[in-house]
Design a protein around this ligand. Structure first.
Ligand SMILES: Cc1ncc(COP(=O)(O)O)c(C=O)c1O
Length: 419
């Protein structure tokens, strides 16, 4: 007898239950100005789940000691917790080895580290570093500083009016003098998701390493540094539901081994005499001094929390929030969206005709809605779009359509106040 196998009936995937995950975030239960808080400034920093707060407290209550130093049990416990967090970070980024994960303060420090260490070793007068027109100041200024020191040049890949990189220009600018490409995975002020795999492929075809600023990508999607093929990748813990003051620099083992230290001090050496010091292998080489142990442990808890979520469902949920917010905000008279790339994360920047962005922010705050206003540390982006500032709503998986409705109704009030 032939058995006919029928595919099981398609069971619709349950929609992401944002209301349920919101309950994991104590701060979201607060009121501000007598209204329920609507927190839409996630690109600046994210709120923390109870698991992260509890783990940090537990660390201080039961494990606190310095790491890598004591022979006593408490120090061993602290070291184990710190190194476990490194292993969790390895898993989150899909790095090949925990030795490729350096704990830093955040993306800013990670980029400064690479700019300084890579730049001192690799940049010669006339060499070029290639960045893009939509970089955060922290992926511009460190390169300007090191280029200035080394006599190298900063080159900038332009974008179009939707906020998408001109890839033809990228190919044209990527030349024999290019020593490194540094690019944001996701733009914080426009939301654009850049074609990292394509950028890496073209750069590597010319033996040029690529650093990716992943500060705005990690809160929205699992990262696969090996899949992307990047040489360096940076994240900030506080933007991905972890503590402030902790972040990650991923570098391939080969790249990190080739770099000189960034800072000198305890814990980054093999031997020290007054005549000569030899340095520890990565990642210790780049972690001078007592690190942010509790921060690393808290970030590990954030990673555990994120890894238990359904990212396919989150992708759909955030895409829905983006589409809904884009549609509803565009319907408000006087609102102009800034950044309309085909591939976007859930970030919506906008202006309201005749109203300064700060006034927009102040009025919507009266309604309990927290958004960011200003240049978002991307002044060249503001210059390109010819605006002094924008208002920006940036969504996380715990936001809902009701949050968008609250924002839109508050923005309508702005238009009324200034009518
Ligand atoms: C794209 C991008 N890069 C870098 C940074 C700097 O991150 P941090 O301040 O956590 O170092 C930010 C912060 O807003 C960002 O959005």
């Amino acid at each position: 007898m032939t058995t006919v196998r029928h595919a099981p009936p398609a069971v619709p995937r349950p929609a992401f239950d944002a209301e349920r995950v919101r309950r994991d975030f104590p701060l979201l239960q607060n009121t501000v100005r007598g209204k329920p808080l609507v927190y839409l400034d996630n690109a600046a920093t994210s709120q923390k789940p109870r698991a992260v707060i509890a783990r940090t407290e537990q660390y201080y209550a039961t494990e606190n000691a310095n790491v890598h130093r004591g022979v006593y049990e408490l120090s061993e416990r602290a070291t184990a917790a710190y190194e476990e967090a490194r292993e969790k970070a390895r898993g989150f980024l899909n790095a090949a080895s925990a030795r490729e994960i350096v704990f830093v303060r955040g993306t800013t420090e990670a980029i400064n580290l690479v700019a300084s260490s890579f730049g001192r070793r690799e940049l010669q007068p006339g060499d070029e570093v290639l960045i893009t027109a939509m970089e955060h100041h922290s992926n511009i200024v460190p390169w300007q500083l090191i280029c200035g020191e080394r006599g190298a040049m900063l080159r900038v890949v332009p974008m179009n009016k939707r906020g998408e990189l001109l890839m033809d220009e990228f190919a044209r600018l990527l030349g024999p003098k290019t020593k490194l490409v540094a690019v944001a995975h996701v733009s914080n002020s426009l939301g654009t998701i850049n074609p990292i795999a394509e950028i890496v492929q073209q750069a590597h075809a010319r033996d040029v390493p690529v650093l990716v600023d992943g500060a705005q990508a990690a809160p929205h999607q699992p990262i696969d540094v090996r899949g992307l093929g990047v040489d360096f990748y940076t994240v900030s813990g506080h933007k991905m539901f972890g503590p402030t003051g902790i972040g990650l620099l991923y570098g391939t083992a080969e790249r990190l081994e080739a770099l000189p230290p960034y800072q000198g001090g305890g814990d980054m050496i093999k031997t020290v005499t007054f005549a000569k010091t030899t340095y520890a292998d990565p990642p210790a080489r780049f972690e001078a001094g007592t690190p942010n142990i509790a921060g690393a442990v808290g970030l590990g808890a954030a990673i555990d929390y994120l890894q238990a979520l359904d990212w396919e469902a989150i992708r759909t949920h955030e895409a829905d929030l983006l589409a809904y917010a884009t549609d509803r905000l565009s319907s408000v008279s006087g609102v102009e969206l800034v950044g309309t790339a085909a591939h976007k994360a859930s970030v919506v920047s906008f202006t309201v005709q005749g109203v300064h962005a700060h006034d927009v922010g102040t009025i919507v705050d009266q309604e309990g809605v927290a958004i960011r206003t200003g240049h978002h540390c991307t002044q060249p982006v503001m210059d390109f779009f010819g605006v002094p500032a924008t208002a920006r709503a940036s969504f996380a998986f715990y936001n809902t359509r009701a949050d968008v409705d609250a924002l839109v109704s508050a923005v309508r009030k702005v238009a009324q106040v200034f009518a």
